[in-house]
Design a protein around this ligand. Structure first.
Ligand SMILES: Cc1cc2nc3c(=O)[nH]c(=O)nc-3n(C[C@H](O)[C@H](O)[C@H](O)COP(=O)(O)OP(=O)(O)OC[C@H]3O[C@@H](n4cnc5c(N)ncnc54)[C@H](O)[C@@H]3O)c2cc1C
Length: 466
């Protein structure tokens, strides 16, 4: 039973980036008890990279995680105008940096056409390093229970929520946070509960719309992800540019992204194969599984030599059929709340899924930590979280989807493989401006406005209650 001495007992289901960041953020509030439940038997993130843009990075800094994270990264990003001596200085100065080089890669001689310039660098981390640092920062009072896969939950009249795990055990909490990723069991139970309620009211169409959001949908895209040892890549293609410079190779119906992580010892490689015409259809086969570079080498056979070298180096990639969650009407139902991929799994074309999970975690911790949030006012406080976070995340879902179109040269009425010379150059420059406009929110804006908004709404609630 939740301890009466604590203001709230929070159960977080899922110890991924979202769940762990929330637990760290909640550790600022000693009157909140936090318990994590994770389905896996041990905490081991997938062996891959993750890029963090300035907007979520600022949150990690506020949580005091920045220095530990930076210790895992020693690559100095390319600088724009002005000079800086260290990555930390560069981040703090918010100077403009070259985050990525863009090339049109689907031709024998690749064409560099732009570089993505951001205010502050994109920090590229190894997921395992990131997870390790979050775990290290959990307070002793926060218990992490592994091998606890949530099956379902029930919100009881008493005000408590009962969690039911696959191993038959049960526990109670005041707030359940579903941070259990793309296939979230929390979302399943949450939407079933709402759909059943709608059916009870005879609102059949609404019930069916809600139930249709339980299962993720295929984006029409497949990603092959691998970590290539830098030594191996250097042996295949000495001095390959991605050893030092994050680069994206764009082409018709596919693209490749590669950047160094873990002190430059590894190259994070992802190749996307896009069939946009198959968006929202059912994917036939396992969503994640071992792959083999022969499965996609053919697609890149006519691409520039740097891409061929990367494909050759990515011997045993993981194959991911990219799935997303359809837009939800709410991230909150009573005293249950969804965050991260459980709420809004998106395509990875803005490198922002984890960033959005971090934002959710920080805003939710602010809401739960506020003095006005008690067992009695929980539902109202969670609605504040929903009203603030849902529109932001929905915008990112859509802009990420659009980036996927742009990177695979899918723009209405434009054929990038018809022209060469100045005509092609002009088209690529227009594409560049479009992508930047679509993406710049993540280095030109911050979550501060959302935090102020949340505090204001919570304060108003306090005044109303008085
Ligand atoms: C190819 C690719 C590249 C990407 N690159 C980037 C990037 O560069 N930058 C970025 O910001 N984002 C990126 N993303 C997106 C990012 O990986 C996700 O958005 C992020 O990991 C979501 O975090 P999460 O904590 O919500 O979910 P997850 O990381 O999926 O964590 C969910 C956790 O819940 C556990 N779990 C699942 N079911 C249960 C259950 N029933 N009970 C208990 N526990 C459960 C899981 O074991 C897992 O530990 C990328 C995604 C892909 C596919």
């Amino acid at each position: 039973m939740p301890s009466a001495a604590k203001r709230l007992r929070v159960a977080i289901c899922g110890a991924g980036i979202g769940g762990l960041t929330l637990a760290v953020a909640l550790s600022q509030y000693p009157d909140i008890e936090v318990e994590l439940y994770e389905a896996a038997s041990t905490l081991a993130e997938v062996g891959a990279g993750v890029g963090i843009f300035p907007r979520p990075w600022k949150i990690l800094k506020l949580l005091g995680l920045d220095q530990d994270l930076l210790n895992t990264v020693d690559r100095k990003p390319q600088e724009g105008p002005g000079t800086c001596t260290s990555l930390l200085q560069l981040i703090n100065s918010q100077k403009v940096v070259h985050a990525f080089n863009w090339r049109k890669g689907d031709q024998h001689i690749g064409l560099p056409f732009a570089s993505l310039v951001t205010n502050g660098p994109l920090i590229t981390l190894h997921r395992a390093d990131f997870q390790g640092i979050l775990l290290k920062r959990l307070p002793k009072s926060c218990r992490v229970n592994c091998s606890k896969r949530l099956r379902t939950y029930a919100q009881r009249q008493s005000g408590l929520t009962e969690l039911v795990f696959e191993d038959g055990t049960r526990t109670f909490c005041d707030v359940l946070v579903g941070a259990d990723g793309l296939k979230s069991a929390t979302r399943g139970a949450f939407l079933n509960e709402r759909a059943n309620w709608m059916r009870g009211q005879g609102r059949w169409q609404e019930a069916s719309d809600i139930a249709s959001c339980i299962d993720p949908v295929w984006s029409g895209e497949i990603a092959y992800r691998a970590l290539i040892p830098a030594e191996r890549l250097n042996a295949i293609a000495p001095g390959h540019q991605v050893l030092t410079t994050p680069t994206q190779y764009l082409g018709k119906n596919a693209y490749v992204i590669a950047y160094p992580i873990s002190h430059g010892k590894m190259i994070n490689f992802v190749a996307f194969i896009c069939r946009h015409d198959l968006e929202n259809t059912e994917f036939d086969g396992p969503w994640v599984g071992p792959g083999d570079n022969s499965q996609f080498a053919q697609i890149f056979a006519h691409w520039e030599p740097d891409v061929q070298a990367l494909v050759h180096g990515a011997e045993k990639p993981l194959r991911w059929a990219i799935h997303t969650v359809k837009p939800l009407r709410s991230f909150v139902s009573g005293r249950t709340v969804l965050i991260g991929d459980a709420a809004h799994a998106m395509t990875p074309h803005q490198g922002s899924g984890a960033g959005q999970a971090i934002e959710d975690a920080y805003v939710l911790a602010t809401v739960l930590g506020h003095r006005s949030t008690t067992r009695q006012t929980l539902s109202r406080s969670l609605r504040v979280f929903d009203e603030i976070r849902r529109p932001v995340a929905a915008g990112v879902v859509e802009s990420s989807r659009m980036n996927g179109r742009y990177f695979s040269l899918e723009v209405d009425g434009v054929d990038f493989n018809r022209d060469a010379g100045p005509q092609l150059w002009d088209k690529l420059q227009t594409l560049n401006s479009t992508i930047v406009k679509n993406w710049e929110w993540t280095w030109t804006t911050s979550v501060d406005g959302s935090i102020q908004d949340a505090l204001q709404r919570l304060e108003t609630g306090v005044q109303l209650a008085c």
